[in-house]
Design a protein around this ligand. Sequence first.
Ligand code: ZN
Length: 257
Amino acid sequence: MKTLSAKAWLWLGHELDAWADTGKSADFWWRDDDATGPGDSLDRLVGLSYNWDAPLALAVIPSRLEPELIDFLQNRTLITVLQHGYAHENHAVHGQRKLELGGSRASGLTIVDLERGYQILEQHFANRFKPVLVPPWNRIDDQVVSRLNEIGFNGISTMKVRRKAYPAPGILQVNAHLDPVNWRHQGGFIGIYLAIAILIQHLQARRTGYRDIDEPTGILTHHLVQNEAVWHFLEDLLQFLSNHPAASWLDAATIWK
Ligand SMILES: [Zn+2]
């Protein structure tokens, strides 16, 4: 009798086998949010990335950037930097879900914040910074999206299947699809069954043409809050994908050329 966990990995393996049968590679990408400085959990995250040769896109909060992060990432070329809003502050109006890039803040001021953040990351990370915006809480007003290319962005990343590849001219959207954290339980794990089911659902929808096959399947992590169960799942997933010939990783520089 197989455990639920063993069965779940088997199901994921079957889905990847189906990709192999069609001669296609199932591409994945990995985003981690809320980085500001180095520390034990970032060490652990970057260690996993290197151990499994999985490129990591680190969404950094510009206004809270600690100079030590610049040194830390200097020679770690598997890691790219994306822009996580500006200050990760909530400007939602009453009754609205949390968001920084919109809400009660005039869009002109939001653009100024984003420009400032962009300059900080470009100055410190040079070409390791990819001009891709990751809106805090994965939310942003459409008005702001339409002005992102004025600042220099060429991409955006939020959550779940994208509605369009290009929500504004020159702005390629590639989202994350699996967030294994259960946010109602302080960084706990959503569980192996649900996590694998979300991955299979996205992969199957791509493979069968029900969803956009060109949007790589995105894994989202939160190194500062996720608990041990999430860390273990992440390591198992990285190991599993590295062992399956139909699975491959895309780095942010390849996605957003
Ligand atoms: Zn965040």
